[in-house]
Design a binder for this molecule. Sequence first.
Ligand code: HPA
Length: 274
Amino acid sequence: MSELTNKINETMNFIRTKTSVKPTIGIILGTGLGKLAKEIKNQVVIEYENIPHFPVSTVESHHGKLIFGTLGDKKIVAMQGRFHKYEGYSLQQVTFPVRVMKFLGVKSLLISCAAGGLNPMFRKGDVEMIVDHINLLGDNPLIGANEDSLGPRFPDMSEPYSKKLQSLAEQVAMDLKLPLQKGVHTSVSGPNLETRAEYRFLRMIGADSVGMSTIPENIVAVHMGMEVLAFAIITDECFPDALKPVSLKEVIDIADKAEPKLTAIMTEVVKRMK
Ligand code: HPA
């Protein structure tokens, strides 16, 4: 057995001493989006610091809890707080919880994040459904010997975000009368925000939004055969010719304000998932 599979098994053994729930849906809650956790019923909460092989979130705006429970009639597991490359973690560490989710029984992964808006039609507080991505992290969680029992060496990336789940989310947004932008997301390592020249470059290569997470988790989920649906809350407008300084406080305030929209969409998507 590989070192990675060993670690996953050790983590699984620990989790199984806390809960026997077998979730089919996994949710990663990003910056300012932790409140969806309140909607989860019958909660079993495990702090990351107690989970073997889980990194510990070093960002204040991120909690560090794995929450098991039900949303509607679905068994789910949610990560309240996630890990980033800029914290100093390898992408293998960042994505370890996604591998554990798969072993727990998760088939569909919902991801949320905060992002800068590059598309001039986007505004602060908009919710964007991510339809494709450009990985600019300069790194990949699949680098290294491939564990064939977990997934293929060269995963196909023609549909990294499930078309079926995207249609469902569009229908939900329409029914709830909530506007939903669509776009291509790109991830950079951070932690600094981008320069004007960098935002101009990212827009030119076809990105609508930019963040510092989400793509590694997507890649590992695709590697393990999970379907993925991802959303970004646009927390700042990254228009190179009209750029204003942004603080973390503003990013979190905007994410907080937009959060009820995304929570409503994600909760309803989970309820309607087959
Ligand atoms: N750039 C990168 N990541 C971000 C941004 C940004 O402008 N806003 C929120 N996350």
